[in-house]
Ligand binder design. Structure first.
Ligand SMILES: Cc1cc2nc3c(=O)[nH]c(=O)nc-3n(C[C@H](O)[C@H](O)[C@H](O)COP(=O)(O)OP(=O)(O)OC[C@H]3O[C@@H](n4cnc5c(N)ncnc54)[C@H](O)[C@@H]3O)c2cc1C
Length: 481
């Protein structure tokens, strides 16, 4: 019997898993995908917002500001990447300047540190490509950018080190109340008994809630956002996150420098029927292109290496919904954790345990909880001398598999065998960045596939791109005599 089952291994489920692993509990994370962080946590702008935008006194404002601060702690403890870019929100005329003033007052009311209004002339000194039509800028120095799925991996790895269990390819299909516990059905066959359930299922959180509660207080109204990725040789084209003024539709089309040097252009914001369809559209990407010019001069669209889309878990509830079920004790729902959900995630986890569950009254803290996770060093960041020494000790560092991102055989093999390792092309791309560069895997995917086959002893025919049913090959067509 588990004390807690967490449904979903996005940034919320993994942050909760890590916080929960501080206590003497028996708990497991169930994830329907073949990896951690495969849904919203995979496809977003990666910004740790300052907290300038949410309504003062809302849960969104409180947890965004707290979460932003907690990322500094996570950087120390979990070795996650943070780019302290800061951000500019821009205005183009008197009417927009009046809106910018209101946003500035909102940021002050939320006690966002160090905010100020700058003239175009002041802002352009640190952001030379700023669009010449801009007249005024709100500066938000505490805005940061991270690598969202690495934060989720780091939280999950650290939680597992501290006793948390994890099962992937585990779709929760039923929740059945018993006298003082619940029976969770996974993939319509396996059953798990638990005293409490934490529903962190993102866009599916309303469906999970409906499995157990007659009345669900929020409904997910999915909103798609589409992006372009500019090659990391464009690093420095913008140094800050550049936001237009926010509107009903959200924060608008942004230019966002990424921790590995790429620049994201997007997203748009379109309500959609299907919460799982993440294809991009001609209209959506054209909208993104048309709007990016309001932020910077001559956006280098000839350097696009990829496009992608994510689905926001927008909901009918006006704030983050973080509550115990009104009908069933021990069932906790997260609903409507759209942006700033990534920014707030570490605070959301603490808020759930401290203010909703009151965990300290239920379970003692583990005296031996270890908050530290060390990331494997990235070979390409070493000096030539250091590289030579490393290759002498581990010769497979000398074999570059991904030429664009300079990722070596040793790094990929380590990622296959890590405690939260992967045996898929996409899983290894997320962990090592092999395939994340200019050629998007055109050169290295086949080499990565051969390494997986060699290291796991399976036929290449069984190797998946991502989901277990996404095999790369159908059959052998040419067999050596
Ligand atoms: C386009 C876009 C841009 C964004 N930009 C930002 C930003 O810059 N900054 C910011 O702070 N926030 C941003 N967000 C919001 C942020 O990405 C989300 O708030 C955050 O990722 C939510 O995490 P999650 O864990 O709730 O959801 P997810 O990452 O979606 O995780 C939910 C998990 O539950 C699993 N699951 C679902 N159903 C089941 C089931 N039946 N059984 C088992 N598992 C199940 C899913 O497979 C998934 O892995 C953005 C979102 C989008 C879409």
């Amino acid at each position: 019997m588990y004390d807690y089952v967490i449904i979903g291994a996005g940034i919320i489920g993994t942050c909760v898993a890590r916080e929960l692993s501080r206590y003497s509990v028996k708990a497991i994370v169930l994830e329907k995908e073949n990896d951690v962080a495969n849904v919203q946590t995979l496809a977003n702008s990666a910004i740790i917002h300052s907290g300038h935008n949410p309504e003062p006194d809302s849960l969104k404002a409180k947890l965004n500001i707290w979460g932003n601060q907690l990322y500094d702690e996570l950087e120390q403890e979990l070795d996650i990447p943070l780019l302290r870019s800061g951000a500019y929100v821009v205005a183009h005329n008197e009417q927009e300047e009046a809106e910018l003033e209101k946003l500035y007052q909102n940021a002050l009311a939320n006690e966002v540190p160090d905010v100020a209004l700058l003239s175009f002339e002041e802002a352009v000194k640190t952001e030379p490509n700023l669009a010449r039509s801009i007249t005024k800028v709100l500066t938000l120095p505490t805005t940061k950018v991270t690598y969202p799925w690495e934060v989720a991996f780091a939280c999950m790895e650290n939680a597992m080190k501290n006793g948390m269990e994890f099962q992937k390819n585990a779709t929760v299909t039923k929740i059945e109340p018993k006298d003082d516990f619940y029976i969770i059905t996974v993939n319509n066959r396996q059953t798990i008994e638990t005293k409490a359930v934490i529903n962190a299922a993102g866009v599916a959180s309303d469906d999970i809630a409906a499995m157990i509660d007659k009345t669900v207080e929020f409904k997910i109204t999915p909103r798609k956002g589409e992006y372009f990725v500019l090659d990391n040789r464009m690093k420095g084209f913008v140094n800050h996150v550049l936001y237009p003024l926010p509107s009903e539709a959200g924060k608008g089309v942004l230019l966002t420098p990424q921790v590995h040097g790429e620049i994201l252009v997007g997203p748009n914001s379109v309500y959609v029927e299907d919460k799982y369809r993440t294809d991009v559209s001609f209209e959506g990407l054209n909208y993104v292109k048309a709007n990016a010019g309001a932020l910077a001069e001559n956006v280098p669209f000839h350097k696009i290496i990829r496009s992608f889309a994510g689905i926001r878990a927008t909901s009918t509830y006006d704030d983050f919904y973080i509550q115990e079920s009104k009908e069933h004790k021990g069932i906790f729902h997260f609903g409507g954790l759209e942006s700033p959900g990534l920014s707030a995630a570490p605070a959301i986890a603490k808020y759930l345990l401290r203010d909703v569950i009151h965990i300290e009254k239920l379970f003692p803290e583990k005296p031996d909880f270890d908050p530290i996770r060390k990331k494997k060093p990235e070979f390409h960041t070493f000096t030539l001398d250091e590289k030579r020494k490393l290759i002498e000790e581990y010769p497979t560092y000398g074999n570059i598999i991904c030429k664009c991102e300079q990722i070596t055989e040793k790094e990929i093999v380590d990622a296959i065998h890590a405690p939260l390792g992967s045996n898929t092309i996409k899983g290894l791309k997320k962990r090592t960045r092999a395939g994340a560069g200019l050629c998007q895997g055109g050169y290295c995917e086949e080499k990565v596939m051969k390494l997986i086959a060699r290291e796991t002893g399976v036929s290449p025919l069984t190797i998946a791109y991502d989901a277990t049913d996404s095999a790369l090959f159908l059959e052998e067509t040419k067999v050596e005599e």
